[in-house]
Each structure stands twice: as C-alpha cells, then as structure tokens.
Write a protein that binds this ligand. Structure first.
Ligand code: 5GP
Ligand code: ZN
Length: 175
C-alpha cells in the first residue's frame, strides 16, 4: 500500500522532469506570448512575430500599442518615431523580433531584403528621394541603442547634420 502510494506521487514528479514536459526555450523564443483576441490573424499564424510581451515594438506589431503606421507588408512595418528628430523620422522594423543588427542572420533572407526595400519605399512615399535621406541603425550600447528590437531610422525632409559618424569628443580635441 505504502509502495503504491509512493508510486502515485512519483509519476507526476517524473512527468514534470521529462524533457517533453519542460521544453527548453531558445533565447529568442516567447517568454510570454502577446496573443490575445485582439491579435491579428497573420500574427496568430506566426507566433514568433509577437514573441516578446516586454518589447514595445513587438506590441506595436501585434497592434497592442498605438503607432502612426506608414507602411506594412507581411514581413516589415514602418511607423513614425514617437519623438521625431527630423522633419521626417520613420522607423522600419521586421515584424519578427530580433534584438539588433547583430542578430540579423536570425531573420530569413527575404525579411532582410524587405527591410532595406521598405526603407527606400518609405523615403519615396514621403518625397525624400530627391533631397536625400539617411538610414541609421544603432546596434548595441556604444551606439546608444535604446529599443532592443531591430529598427532602421529613416530621416530626412530637411538638411541633416553634415557628419552622422563623427565622434563629438574626438573632433573637439582638434586631433
Ligand atoms: P534607438 O535609440 O534604439 O536607435 O532608437 C529607438 C527609437 O525608438 C527612438 O528614436 C525612440 O524615440 C523610439 N521609440 C521609443 N519608444 C517608442 C514607441 O513607443 N513608439 C514609437 N513610435 N517610437 C518609439
Ligand atoms: Zn520585439
């Protein structure tokens, strides 16, 4: 009787420990999926797209945070930066969450191509082609990346600072 009781207690414990019962999450896989009744159909079909509940851009992709969208297709989304630093300041992002340019290879080749194509499309849509525009990707802490969902800044519509690359302190030193 005691042995039978012990067996009954042990079975669920072992079940919890089996690899099937506790799959290991890959670093970039969902912690807490955002899927809700409001999640669009395409997002439900691609759970990896709305993987990160704590990522503001994933929430925008899943229509769970507001944004001023300017372009969207199956793979990418473009919307106004919340704090524009130029007359036109749009952000182009992959719908699939990757943290930065360092993780670019996690995206399918089609999405990588779609990102740059979307940057040009958005610039064209706002009439920036003739005057010119700048595409910037901050990657990691030295570049002051602040949102860790890959994004391309598309800026233009006015004369931009001459040098987007120069490190201010070094140029100030006169060397
Ligand atoms: P980073 O500094 O990572 O290169 O750029 C992040 C950009 O995202 C910033 O320009 C910032 O203004 C923008 N941003 C941050 N939070 C939001 C948001 O909730 N909505 C929109 N549209 N832009 C955001
Ligand atoms: Zn994200």
């Amino acid at each position: 009787m005691r042995a039978a009781l012990f067996g009954l207690l042990l079975v669920p414990v072992l079940a919890c420990q089996s690899p099937k019962a506790a799959p290991q999450a890959a670093p970039n896989l969902p912690q807490a999926p955002l899927a809700t009744a409001a999640t669009p159909a395409w997002a439900l079909a691609h759970p990896e797209y709305h993987a990160h509940a704590d990522c503001i851009f994933c929430r925008i992709v899943a229509d769970q945070s507001p944004s001023r969208k300017v372009y969207e297709d199956e793979r990418v989304l473009a919307f106004w930066d919340i704090a524009p630093r130029a007359k036109y300041h749009l952000l182009v992002i992959p719908k699939q969450h990757v943290r930065s340019l360092k993780e670019l290879e996690e995206l399918p080749a089609e999405t990588r191509a779609a990102l740059l194509t979307a940057c040009v499309k958005v610039a064209r849509e706002f009439g920036l082609e003739e005057g010119g525009f700048r595409v910037i990707v901050n990657s990691g802490k030295d570049a002051n990346q602040s949102v860790f969902h890959l994004h391309f800044h598309v800026v233009g519509g006015e004369k931009l600072p001459e040098d987007a690359v120069r490190v201010k302190d070094k140029s100030d030193s006169g060397s």
